[in-house]
Design a binder for this molecule. Structure first.
Ligand code: WT7
Length: 665
């Protein structure tokens, strides 16, 4: 490093606050700081500005109906169609502009570019196929697909005919697919033969079929996208009687159009399953108007997306980030959304930078876990490429440490792009706490103030606001358009999981209802919020949310396992990693074979993302006198931290035994 570089590093390391670059502010979609007061004074009517971003068939009557909290309704009695908002309305002016730029992982393969016109055509054809198959308004269609263009096409086709979709991340296991299809009573599945990962074709249909065999009701139709080409790269699948080839279906409907179905503002657009405290994943219900308005408004205000931009969110559509910020937000705004199939290190560690250079990407939105990996790989990879097209950087999914933030700001953004650290969740539909990049200074490590119109506070266990600098719990005290409406078929659990903690559940005054996202956080004197992490039994591995109960029940399902406790331990790339403490039944050995069976059990039940980093065999688990496992102590052991208080334990010695064991390994 030159002396200049050393000085620069030293300055960056110390700097705690960064102003938005003047050049950015000049052109920003939002640059008037008055928006915060304006929205506060004019709440909830301020959200008309989000609704106005959409085209409505019938105007809504009321911005917010809060007569039955927490079952809030937004833009009531309005009707619209999400697919028409993402496609049809752009045709006249932007029909020839690129909607989706799809880049496959193999470098010798041609990209697939869809203009709005082309995307519109294919969405119509597939919507016609779904209709032909018998899919009607309100039928839930499951999608178990990797990052192929047919995934957003299928989502928009469903939206067009008013059939809610439920997308299951392709990395999830067969069992996870079946659980979700069973929970949603979904009779239709769109899937795919396989895809590429680090150069190798992966069989996906095999896993889908295995999942289908565990579905407890009749699945009437399965559509299979041919991703791998005519010979299936050797997998040689035969389609079953109720399975059809996607390509043949759309071919049969060639040139067909389907009128977008006018959907009620509050009609379900999609379900997205996410992990919670119990073993059963929760089906988060999002609506047509509020969700779409939220995705569009935040894409415009926070990601600064403009129709002429080329925007790249490097997430997977199988998670909410991809729903809101690869598909619905950017397409509602008529921009070009880049979709990349593979991993960032294939064929080399500069793949993302190569894409950014080639397509002159303007915004990059990714996760801290990826940024930490880039940082580990070193600045030489981005340095090989011209990244000067970038105007804004974003991060989401987990807390970002200031060092990774600054690396991103300097090595990717060349100190000329604002970085937005966006806190939100599957349940919130879109961003909630982050700086408006054209208005607010950035503070590395802190997501920033709540967005205008969002009333987020940090409180103690009694719901009283805590002093600046003190750790507490994040709460949201007013509803917002993008919020989940309920958990599918389970209003009771909806109240139980998100509201009970800080609300007066017998009240019908909305002021008595407070949303609890189950995150710990602190706030500073400027109202900037630093999110500290989950306070429930959920761990965040590489920005992916996993329930410890789900993993534990997978482990307990392995023959020979008597009991298991799973915790998250610090990990320098993944953020958190899964550590399992396992008690075996008599007659079983904690050997390599057992270890491998446990890992395989978790991969089968959930998927490779939940794979334990460490498995510790122990004769006992630390328990309170009432028999509750003390996870906190197990976390301390995993992190090699000083042990917390063990005096309330029924069996205090066991902690020391486990610790010695872990250190020996
Ligand atoms: C949980 C939600 C939001 C889409 C991806 C994850 C954590 C998310 C941040 C951030 C600190 C964050 C929270 C949250 N989280 N963004 N910027 N800073 N923590 O969605 O799977 O629903 O997980 O991710 O703990 O509750 P999700």
């Amino acid at each position: 490093m030159s002396d200049d570089d050393v000085q620069l590093e030293a300055r960056l390391a110390e700097q705690e606050e960064f102003e938005p670059p003047a050049e950015f502010v000049e052109q920003a979609n939002v640059s008037d700081a008055g928006i915060y007061d304006e929205f506060e004074e004019n709440w909830p009517e301020c959200w008309e500005s989000a609704a106005e971003m959409l085209d409505w068939d019938e105007e809504y009557d009321q911005v917010l109906d809060d007569s039955n909290p927490p079952f809030y309704e937004w833009f009531t009695d309005g009707t619209l169609n999400a697919s028409a908002n993402c496609l049809d309305r752009h045709l006249e002016e932007r029909g020839d502009e690129v909607a989706i730029e799809w880049i496959g992982e193999p470098t010798d393969e041609e990209n697939r570019t869809f203009t709005y016109e082309e995307l519109h055509r294919e969405v119509n054809e597939f919507a016609a196929s779904l209709r032909e198959m018998g899919v009607g308004e309100g039928d839930i269609v499951t999608m178990y697909m990797p990052m192929v263009p047919e995934l957003p096409i299928a989502m928009l086709a469903c939206a067009r005919i008013g059939a809610p979709h439920s997308v299951v991340f392709a990395g999830f296991s067969a069992e996870a697919l079946a659980t979700r299809m069973n929970s949603a009573d979904s009779e239709y599945l769109v899937t795919c033969d396989g895809y590429y990962r680090r150069g190798d074709p992966l069989d996906h249909l095999d896993k889908a079929n295995e999942g289908l065999s565990m579905v407890d009701h009749e699945v009437s139709d399965v559509v299979v996208v041919d991703r791998l080409g005519p010979n299936g790269d050797g997998f040689g699948h035969d389609l079953a009687d109720n399975q059809s080839d996607y390509g043949e279906l759309v071919e049969e409907q060639s040139g067909e159009t389907v009128d977008p179905v006018g959907r009620d503002a509050e009609d379900m657009l999609f379900l997205m399953y996410t992990s919670g405290t119990t073993g059963q994943p929760k089906g988060v219900k999002h609506t047509t108007a509020g969700y779409l308005a939220w995705a569009a408004w935040t894409s415009h205000s926070v990601l600064d997306v403009k129709p002429d931009d080329t925007y790249f969110c490097a997430a997977d559509i199988g998670w909410i980030t991809g729903h809101s910020y690869i598909v619905y937000g950017p397409l509602a705004l008529g921009t070009t959304s880049v979709m990349y199939e593979g991993t960032p290190d294939y064929p080399e560690r500069d793949r993302l930078w190569e894409i950014i250079e080639e397509y002159e990407v303007n915004q990059l939105y990714t996760a801290p876990t990826a940024i930490r990996a880039f940082m580990k790989w070193g600045g030489e990879y981005p340095d090989r490429h011209d990244l000067s097209s970038l105007r804004l950087l974003g991060t989401v999914g987990e807390p970002i440490n200031p060092r990774a933030w600054k690396w991103y700001y300097k090595h990717i953004g060349d100190e000329s792009c604002p970085v937005v650290d966006t806190w939100w969740q599957t349940e919130t539909g879109g961003m909630m706490v982050t700086t408006l990049p054209g208005v607010k200074n950035m503070k590395p490590g802190s997501a920033g103030p709540p967005l205008p119109g969002i009333d987020a506070r940090i409180v103690d266990t009694n719901g009283e606001e805590v002093e600046a600098g003190r750790a507490g719990y994040l709460t949201v005290n007013k509803p917002w358009p993008g919020m989940l409406r309920t958990l599918y078929n389970n209003d009771e659990r909806f109240i139980e999981e998100y509201w009970k903690e800080y609300s007066d559940v017998d009240s019908d005054d909305p002021d008595d209802w407070v949303y609890f996202p189950e995150d710990g956080a602190k706030i500073d004197d400027d109202g900037y919020i630093t999110v500290l992490g989950r306070v429930d039994d959920v761990i965040n591995v590489s920005g992916h949310r996993l329930g410890t109960m789900e993993i534990e029940s997978a482990i307990v399902g392995v023959e020979g396992v008597a009991e298991a406790a799973v915790v998250g331990g610090d990990h320098d790339v993944k953020g958190e990693a899964v550590y399992a403490y396992v008690i075996l039944e008599d007659g079983y050995e904690g050997d390599d074979e057992m270890h491998d069976r446990i890992v395989a059990g978790v991969e089968d039940a959930i998927g490779p993302i939940a794979r334990p980093e460490g498995v510790v065999f122990t004769p006992e688990l630390p328990k309170t006198r009432s028999g509750k496992i003390m996870r906190r102590l197990l976390e301390d052991i995993a992190n090699e931290d000083e042990l917390g208080d063990t005096s309330t334990l029924r069996n205090p010695d066991v902690v020391e035994d486990i610790r010695v064991k872990v250190q020996e390994e």
